[in-house]
Design a protein around this ligand. Structure first.
Ligand code: CMP
Length: 137
């Protein structure tokens, strides 16, 4: 069993599709081990995405991720990192396969509905960024 971090981004939260996205996870073998709705500060978003700090889109990414509340979750299941990424689809929704979360709910590469950890190592770091051990059940 693996754990991974998922974020439902401000675009999807404001479209009121939290439940529809959670259903994609639960219907495809992933379990919600932790979940909370939070408003990220610019400092939070900047630290979370610090690996992208030198990329040209960093400023817009931080601005977008702080534009409204997000839902952060720990997903648990077999090969959870890869399973979550397959359910999300490509980062750019224009390239996301039909039936994926981003194909169905995202508008653009910035407003792309969800984030998911890209490796087991990053999943562990990203989970620890948002959750205390006692919150993961
Ligand atoms: P996410 O999986 O949350 O990780 C970083 C985010 O940066 C990514 O999703 C996109 O929403 C955003 N982003 C904006 N422009 C780009 C780009 N050119 N390449 C990758 N990510 C981008």
């Amino acid at each position: 069993m693996e754990k991974t971090l998922s974020i439902i981004k401000p675009d999807a939260v404001s479209k009121n599709v939290i439940g529809k996205i959670v259903d994609r996870f639960e219907s495809n073998g992933l379990r919600i081990a932790a979940m909370k709705k939070i408003q990220l500060s610019a400092a939070d978003a900047g630290k979370f995405y610090e690996v992208h700090a030198q990329r040209p889109f960093f400023g817009e990414l931080v601005e977008f991720m702080t534009s409204g509340p997000v839902v952060v979750m720990v997903l648990e299941g077999k090969d959870a990192v890869a399973a979550n990424r397959a359910l999300m689809g490509a980062t750019d929704p224009k390239e996301a396969e039909a039936g994926t979360i981003r194909a169905d709910f995202a508008q653009s590469i910035d407003a792309n509905a969800v984030h998911g950890s890209d490796s087991l190592e990053n999943a562990q770091k990203e989970i620890a960024f948002f959750f205390a051990q006692k919150e993961i059940l």
